[in-house]
Write a protein that binds this ligand. Structure first.
Ligand code: PLP
Length: 437
C-alpha cells in the first residue's frame, strides 16, 4: 500500500492483519493456542518484565486477538486497544485501572440497563461510587462532575432510546475536572461516530453488536485514545503513575506515556495497564475464535452500517406516520430533540437501534413485540436480522421505575434493532403486528 493514509473501508478490511509470513494464509488464522514458546529464558524474562512485547499466554495476548485490537484501534483513531470476552468485561477492566475504593465517577442516566446494574450493584462491592447526570440537563452534569471525579462515562448513542449524547459538553466537563471521558460507542460503531474526535479518552465497545454484526460472538474492546495526561493527575491514578511492585517498580505512564512504536511517540499507558494488570489479574480474555468472527464481521462494517441506517430511517419515518404510534425516538427524524446533535456527531446517520411508543401503552407494546414474525424477539442488537424487545420488561427490568424512565425504557416503548433485510418486508411485518392492537 502507498504512503497515503488508507480510508475507513480499507482499514476495516486490512488494519492489523497481513498475509501470514509462514504459510501465506491470506485471512488472519485462528491462533487456537493457550500459550507460546519462548526463544530462551532471557526472552521469557524480558516478556514477563514488559521489556519486550510478544506472546506469552492467550489470557494476555494472542495474534488473532491482536489483529482485532489493532483494527478497532485504527477505526476509532487511537494508538492501542485491548479486546475482552464481552463489552461488560471491557468496562470492568477500564474501571479497575482508573478507580480506587471509595472514589467517585460520573455517568449518564441514559445507558444500557446492564451498565446501570453494573454501576449500581456490582461496583458497590468495590465501593466505586456513581454520580448520575442527565444528558439533557447541563446543571446535573455540572453537579455530578468535580475534581474528585475519576472518570466520566457516557454512551455516544444511548441504548435503548435512540438518544444522542452531547459529547462536546461532557468532554468539556471531564477536562475541567481532570478526568478522562469514557465513551461506550457500541450503538454507533466507529463508522457512524468517532468519539475521540470529540474529546473521548477511552472508547469502549460491545463488539457483540455492530462490530461483529452477525449475532454470533460475544466480545468487547477498550480503545486507549492516548490523549489523557495521567502524570498531570498522578494522585488520582496510582495504577498508571506509581511504581508497580509486581513489575520491578515500573511506572506505566513514565515507561509507556510517550513510547515510539515506529510512527512517533504515543501514550499507551492505559492500554498497557488494561492488559498487563487488569486482564492479567481479572482474566476475561477474548477467545481467538470469537476474535476471528468479529474481525470478519468488521470487514463489512461500512456497508452494513449504511444499510442499517437506510432501513432504520425508512422504518422510523413510516412509524411516525402510523396512527397507533404515539412517538418515535430516532435522532435522524427532523423533529427529534437530538436531531442537531445527530447531525454534528453522527453525520452519516444515528444508527439502527431506536424506540417507539404505542398509544395503547404497556399492553400494546407487549402485543406488538410478541406479534412480529420477521423480527426476532431477543436481548441483542446489531445483528443482520431485525430484532425487537420490550426494554421495560427485559433489558431494563431490574431498574426502578424512575431509572427506567430516565434511561428511556418507558412502559409503552418497543425497541427495534433494524436489520439488513428488504425494508419493505420489515415494514410489512410491523404493519401486521400493529394491526393486532
Ligand atoms: N454497552 C451497550 C450499549 C450494550 O448494548 C451492551 C449489551 O447489550 C453492552 C455494553 C454489554 O456488552 P456485552 O453484552 O458484550 O457484555
Amino acid at each position: 500500500m502507498s504512503e497515503r493514509k488508507p480510508g475507513f473501508a480499507t482499514q476495516a478490511i486490512h488494519a492489523g492483519a497481513a498475509p501470514d509470513p509462514v504459510t501465506g494464509s491470506r485471512v488472519m488464522p485462528i491462533h487456537q493456542t493457550s500459550s507460546f514458546v519462548f526463544n530462551d529464558a532471557d526472552h521469557a524474562a524480558r516478556l514477563f518484565g514488559l521489556q519486550e512485547f510478544g506472546n506469552i499466554y492467550t489470557r494476555l495476548t494472542n495474534p488473532t486477538v491482536a489483529a482485532l485490537e489493532a483494527r478497532v484501534a485504527a477505526l476509532e483513531g487511537g494508538p492501542a486497544a485491548v479486546a475482552t470476552a464481552s463489552g461488560h468485561s471491557a468496562q470492568h477492566l477500564v474501571f479497575h485501572c482508573l478507580m480506587e475504593a471509595g472514589c467517585e465517577f460520573a455517568a449518564a442516566r441514559q445507558l444500557y440497563g446492564g451498565s446501570i446494574n453494573q454501576f449500581v450493584h456490582s461496583w458497590k462491592k468495590y465501593d466505586w461510587r456513581v454520580k448520575w447526570f442527565d444528558i439533557d440537563d447541563p446543571e446535573s452534569l455540572k453537579a455530578a462532575v468535580n475534581p474528585e471525579t475519576r472518570l466520566v462515562f457516557v454512551e455516544s448513542v444511548a441504548n435503548p432510546g435512540g438518544l444522542v449524547t452531547d459529547l462536546d459538553a461532557v468532554a468539556a466537563a471531564a477536562k475541567a475536572a481532570g478526568a478522562p471521558l469514557v465513551v461506550d460507542n457500541t450503538m454507533a460503531s466507529p463508522y457512524l461516530c468517532r468519539p475521540i474526535e470529540f474529546g473521548a479518552d477511552v472508547v469502549i465497545h460491545s463488539a457483540t453488536k455492530f462490530l461483529g454484526g452477525h449475532g454470533n460472538s460475544l466480545g468487547g474492546v477498550a480503545v486507549d485514545a492516548g490523549t489523557f495526561d495521567w502524570g498531570a493527575h498522578a494522585a488520582k491514578y496510582p495504577t498508571l503513575t506509581e511504581p508497580l511492585s509486581f513489575y520491578n517498580g515500573l511506572d506505566l505512564f513514565d515507561t509507556f506515556g510517550a513510547i515510539d512504536l515506529g510512527g512517533g511517540p504515543v501514550n499507551i499507558a492505559l492500554a498497557i495497564a488494561l492488559r498487563a494488570f487488569a486482564l492479567r489479574d481479572i482474566g476475561p480474555a477474548l477467545s481467538p475464535f470469537n476474535a476471528f468472527m468479529i474481525l470478519t464481521g468488521i470487514e463489512t462494517l461500512p456497508l452494513r452500517m449504511q444499510r442499517h441506517v437506510e432501513n432504520a430511517q425508512a422504518v422510523a419515518k413510516w412509524l411516525e406516520a402510523h396512527p397507533k404510534v404515539a412517538w418515535v425516538s430516532h435522532a435522524d427524524l427532523p423533529g427529534h430533540r437530538h436531531h442537531g446533535r445527530a447531525q454534528r456527531y453522527l453525520p452519516k446517520g444515528s444508527g439502527a437501534v431506536f424506540t417507539f411508543g404505542l398509544k395503547g401503552g404497556y399492553e400494546a407494546a407487549n402485543k406488538v413485540a410478541s406479534s412480529l414474525k420477521l423480527f426476532s424477539m431477543l436481548a441483542n442488537i446489531g445483528d443482520t436480522r431485525s430484532l425487537v424487545i420490550h426494554s421495560a420488561s427485559t433489558t431494563h427490568r431490574q431498574l426502578s421505575d424512575e431509572q427506567k424512565i430516565a434511561a428511556g425504557a418507558l412502559p409503552e416503548a418497543v425497541r427495534l434493532s433494524v436489520g439488513l433485510e428488504d425494508v419493505a418486508d420489515i415494514i410489512a411485518d410491523l404493519e401486521q403486528a400493529l394491526a393486532l392492537v
